[in-house]
Design a protein around this ligand. Structure first.
Ligand SMILES: Cc1cc2nc3c(=O)[nH]c(=O)nc-3n(C[C@H](O)[C@H](O)[C@H](O)COP(=O)(O)OP(=O)(O)OC[C@H]3O[C@@H](n4cnc5c(N)ncnc54)[C@H](O)[C@@H]3O)c2cc1C
Length: 351
């Protein structure tokens, strides 16, 4: 009898798996590659919602957990994964500058928003009103982390690379069965794939598609991420990631020419250098109506759990939400009300 089964190996699945591993629990992960949000993500940890000049939900608490968590994964996997990454916000108007300074005076934002304006010294960027800096921003390289963690699990024979087959899944009073495996409980971490889960598809998780175009721009020589309408994030070797967009209508993981053209148009309006497109990727963010994760037990089957709804901030949320779920299952600790699955039971679950 295993302690746990986990379905999914994106940020949610591997964060929960890592907590189990650190606590010497026995488990297997069942996952396929049908969803790619975590691999496509830029991996930025940015504590401030720049559109609304607000601190992201529980950002300080989550940052304090995220740093040692990802640094622990770096040591375990023997890979550099967690890097500081400066984020400069380009001002498009004097009004925007004024809003920034107003926000940077607020107590909760003081330590995260610079009080200086940086003049633009890069001849290939059009930024006459300069930039300000978001402080304490970091980046987790999810393109390396996710495959490396899957490989770690594979080597230990803890990963079954397949679509979870609900036809061979049986729920008993004190355990669950999947094929030849028995486990005390199962945690579903399927991202937008939750739409195909008959036990949890009542939850109001929708998909928000995002795409990035990768370009090579030999002259640009930019070390920091620049945020304007879109992000331009340095990827090393003179290549840059441009994006992402937010699209609620298209739920297919394939990149589109339409979005590529839109992203490049925005990039060209600010970055005045020659470039070549080298890649283009897309993923679906699992988003919840109230922008909070969904964590906790199924309303009817108490050995089924969900860990989902990380939206556009999965890197920051994953260690925090996973820790909450683990504490709840193992030690009966309460789940924070804002992320507790119970908030949707009355309105959305019909039994
Ligand atoms: C373009 C883009 C940019 C982003 N940038 C950032 C960023 O900079 N910073 C940040 O913090 N977040 C970012 N995000 C958000 C972040 O990627 C998500 O919050 C996070 O990836 C969600 O993780 P997840 O594990 O819940 O889902 P996913 O990454 O989608 O993982 C779900 C896993 O479950 C598997 N699965 C699903 N159904 C089944 C099934 N039936 N059987 C077997 N396996 C199954 C999938 O194949 C996958 O392995 C970005 C997202 C996108 C799309």
């Amino acid at each position: 009898m295993l302690d746990y089964l986990i379905v999914g190996s994106g940020l949610a699945g591997i964060s929960f798996a890592e907590i189990l591993d650190r606590n010497h629990k026995s488990f297997k992960v069942v996952s396929d590659g049908s969803q790619v949000s975590s691999i496509v993500a830029a991996g930025l940890i940015n504590p401030v919602i720049l559109k609304r000049f607000k601190l992201a939900w529980r950002a300080k608490e989550q940052m304090a957990l995220a740093k040692p968590f990802y640094q622990g994964l770096e040591r375990k996997l023997g890979l550099p994964l967690y890097h500081p990454m400066r984020v400069l916000r380009r001002f498009a108007s004097v009004e925007e500058q004024n809003l920034w300074f107003e926000a940077s005076d607020k107590n909760e934002l003081k330590e995260f928003l610079s009080h200086n304006i940086y003049k633009n010294a890069n001849a290939y960027i059009d930024a006459p009103l300069g930039f300000a800096e978001v402080r304490h921003t970091t980046r987790v390289n999810t393109q390396k982390l996710i495959p490396a963690y899957r490989e770690y699990l594979m080597k230990k024979e803890m990963l079954l690379w397949e679509k979870f087959d609900f036809d061979t899944f049986i729920i008993k009073d004190n355990h669950v069965e999947y094929g030849s495996f028995k486990a005390k409980q199962i945690v579903f971490c399927e991202g937008f794939g939750i739409r195909g889960n008959p036990y949890f598809n009542y939850l109001p998780i929708s998909g928000n598609k995002g795409e990035y175009v990768f370009v090579k721009a030999l002259d640009l020589k930019l070390d920091q991420a620049v945020k304007s309408d879109i992000f331009c994030i340095p990827e090393g070797n003179d290549s840059y990631r441009i994006g992402a967009n937010y699209d609620r209508s298209d739920k297919i993981n394939e990149p589109t020419i339409k979005t590529k053209n839109e992203l490049l148009k925005k990039w060209e309006s600010i970055f005045k250098c020659s470039y070549e497109v080298i890649d283009h990727v897309a993923g679906i963010r699992p988003v919840v109506i109230d922008r909070r994760p969904i964590v906790g037990p199924h309303p009817k089957f108490n050995n089924l759990y969900v860990l989902n709804g990380f939206g556009s901030r999965g890197v920051l949320i994953a260690p925090h939400a996973s820790k909450q779920l683990y504490g709840h299952i193992e030690n009966e600790e309460p789940i924070a009300a804002e992320m507790d699955i119970a908030r949707f039971t009355k309105k959305h679950y019909s039994g």
